[in-house]
Design a protein around this ligand. Structure first.
Ligand code: GLU
Length: 384
């Protein structure tokens, strides 16, 4: 019932295709090419054509570049160095696109490559720029195929896994649904590869809230090929849900899975709370930006932020952690260390050290006339 309700007016969907599904030899397929299954990519082209015909925009987030490059360069060991992995991504990405292009062309669908990095998503103007490019492609019925720009992205600031990237993209393009194609049916109540007291693991059909128990159930992946596992999928779903977008984790190795979803069939695990949206910019602050530090607030400031929707003032600050510049995203925590929200600061960390706990009049004396009244304005603030 709930699925039919969600799918009723879907006009835009993001589909994440993982390495584990496109590296799976299909029945009757003689061989993989650079580790990629042309048959599976063809199956997706056919199903995606079906979705486009329902008048729904499709954006793909596809993994597989590093894996294809690894095969192409003949690297068999698991522990590649970072430059080696980046070389694999460079060579594999073009092969990956070539495979998509050939399969989608047969269905008369044009595709385009977009490679994103954390910097593109963390900077407001680059974020909007990426969004505009994707909009222009969708207007022309072209399918953007997105991956992380692995060959040049520095490891420390990588998004890291395409489950997270797909959630960010779903929010970026204001999708109404994120579908993550995995190599299992969805989220199980425990590891489906083990039998427990003779009982089989059960598929969880609907998750309304991603709490600690669900995160624990999802566990951590040990798959060599894929970066994420169920854990990163669950975190991706948590992110999209906070933005008002449902996520479906389904078995991508079912040739008709996308058609089944769009006919309202009960496949996979649906993550959906049914609650409203946070505004786009707020989402960007809460989930896309990496916090550069933490500001610790006292009980009075916490109350003003959480209960009265106020801005954060210097008087409520107790401690500043980390070094950051004006305009950066920071975590806001209470005295017990619990994160209560995030926001963009109007002061650098060194200025904040100087003015923490001060009343407005004292700040004027300390840094002069040109000061901000708020450490974080409520427009730049998200309370969790
Ligand atoms: N961006 C990586 C690649 O295309 C994959 C990351 C992932 O599998 O999550 O190889």
């Amino acid at each position: 019932m709930i699925r039919k309700e969600i799918l009723k007016d879907i006009k835009r969907v993001v589909i994440k295709i993982g390495s584990s599904v496109i590296s799976n030899k299909d029945k009757g397929e003689s061989s993989l090419e650079c580790g990629l299954s042309k048959d599976w990519v063809r199956h997706y082209a056919r199903q995606i054509k079906h979705i486009q015909d329902l008048d729904c925009d499709v954006v793909i987030v596809s993994s597989g570049a590093v894996m294809a490059g690894r095969e192409r360069l003949g690297f068999s060991r698991a522990d590649l160095s970072i430059p080696e992995k980046q070389a694999c991504a460079a060579i594999g990405q073009s092969f990956l696109m070539h495979t998509y292009e050939k399969a989608f062309e047969k269905k008369n669908i044009k595709v385009a490559q977009i490679l994103l990095s954390h910097d593109d998503l963390g900077n407001r103007s680059r974020y909007l720029n990426a969004k505009n490019t994707i909009e222009a492609l969708l207007n022309k019925r072209v399918i953007p195929i997105i991956n992380e720009n692995d060959s040049v992205t520095v490891e420390e600031i990588k998004i890291g896994d395409n489950d997270t990237l797909s959630a960010t993209v779903a929010c970026l393009v204001d999708a109404q649904l994120l579908i993550i194609l995995s190599d299992v049916e969805g989220l199980y109540n425990r590891d489906p590869s083990f039998q427990y007291k003779g009982e089989k693991a059960k598929l969880i059909s609907h998750v309304e809230r991603v709490n600690e128990e669900i995160e624990r159930t999802a566990g951590k992946s040990k798959n060599r090929l894929t970066v994420g596992g169920m854990y990163t999928k669950v975190l991706a779903a948590k992110k999209t849900m906070s933005f008002g977008i449902p996520t479906l984790v389904v078995n991508g190795l079912d040739r008709k899975v996308l058609e089944k979803i769009f006919s309202g069939k009960d496949v996979g695990t649906l993550f959906w709370s049914g609650k409203g949206k946070i505004r786009n910019r707020k989402h960007w602050i809460a989930h896309t930006l990496k916090p550069a530090g933490t500001v610790v607030v006292d009980a009075g400031a916490k109350k003003a932020l959480v209960e009265r929707g106020k801005s954060l003032l210097p008087a409520g600050l107790i401690k500043i952690k980390g070094k950051f510049e004006f305009g950066k995203a920071v975590m806001i925590s209470d005295e017990a260390g619990k994160e209560i929200g995030r926001g963009l600061v109007n002061y650098s960390s060194s200025d904040l050290q100087q003015i923490k706990g001060m009343k407005t009049s004292a700040i004027k004396k300390s840094i002069g006339e040109s000061f901000y009244e708020e450490v974080i304005h409520r427009d730049d603030l998200v309370i969790f």
